[in-house]
Ligand binder design. Structure first.
Ligand SMILES: [Ca+2]
Ligand SMILES: [Ca+2]
Length: 273
């Protein structure tokens, strides 16, 4: 039987463990988003004169087929569906719509309304497999584009499209039925240019929607275009490269250490004087 026992370990280990825990809980993790860059094969049911989609679902350079929302995304309409509104895919690696092409891959999401007068907002959304977690910082990043006017490059769609102006947009992060954070059209990319939208939300220790599925929405606000060109056809906003990172919010190391130390001291028998 040992002659002595040590009581040093219970004092040190909780402190080390607490500080290590706080330090380890800061790595960002990307959450799964289906077709986050809109590169999945795109098929237009029934085809059409503006299809420009190959049999394998790839979109020809310079083409902009419209139809169903892209794979992984569903139509979202907060009010009345605007007339002549379209959802589709644009491949801007040819033509003049976006001289720099797509921010990611070859394709981007297009939300086009064939009426420069504007109207109700609409867009797409995706419910993720990830749920809102406590003490987590979410960073949603999306590329937002303002398409320039130009002509189609794939026959038979070679006509000129006047798409000058910008209808505004919203990038939203939700959980359950609650809006957590949004970018309410704070960016104003120039014609044919992209800008990066970033929104951040921290869940805190408690939230009414903890455990509810996260949801991303991308909206065209469909505001009227400034008609400075004689052949204005409509308004459009484009999106690409959707990313959502989750980072555990570390409990302050000092606070954890103090709490651990307090716990140890409470459990340590007091010496008798
Ligand atoms: Ca893309
Ligand atoms: Ca434009």
């Amino acid at each position: 039987m040992p002659a002595t026992t040590t009581r040093a370990a219970p004092l040190i280990n909780p402190l080390v463990a607490a500080i290590s825990l706080a330090a380890a809980a800061v790595e960002a993790a990307p959450l799964d988003i289906v077709n986050a860059g809109f590169e999945s094969p795109y098929f237009v049911p029934g085809g059409g004169s503006n299809n420009n989609v190959t049999p394998d679902g790839s979109v020809l350079p310079g083409a902009f087929p419209v139809g169903d929302p892209p794979t992984g995304w569903t139509l979202y309409v907060p009010g009345a569906m605007p007339a002549a509104a379209y959802v589709g895919i644009l491949n801007p690696t040819a033509g003049t719509f976006f001289p720099a092409g797509a921010p990611e891959g070859s394709n981007v999401l297009l939300l086009y309304v064939d009426d420069p007068a504007g109207g109700p907002a609409y867009g797409v959304e995706q419910v993720l497999t990830s749920a809102l977690a406590p003490l987590t910082r979410y960073t949603l990043t999306v590329e937002v584009g303002n398409i320039a006017s130009g002509s189609g490059v794939n026959p038979p769609v070679t006509s000129f499209f006047g798409i000058e102006g910008f209808p505004g947009y919203q990038v939203q992060l939700l959980a359950g039925g609650s809006l957590l954070a949004q970018d309410d059209s704070t960016l104003a990319p120039g014609e044919g240019e992209w800008a990066t939208s970033t929104i951040v939300f921290e869940s805190g220790a408690s939230h009414a929607e903890l455990g509810q599925a996260l949801r991303i929405r991308l909206l065209n606000l469909n505001r009227p275009a400034t008609m400075t060109v004689p052949a204005q056809n409509g308004v459009e906003v484009d999106f690409d490269h959707v990313r959502l990172d989750a980072t555990a919010v570390p409990v302050p190391a000092l606070g954890v250490a103090c709490a651990a130390l307090a716990g140890v001291l409470l459990r340590t028998p007091r010496r008798r004087c």
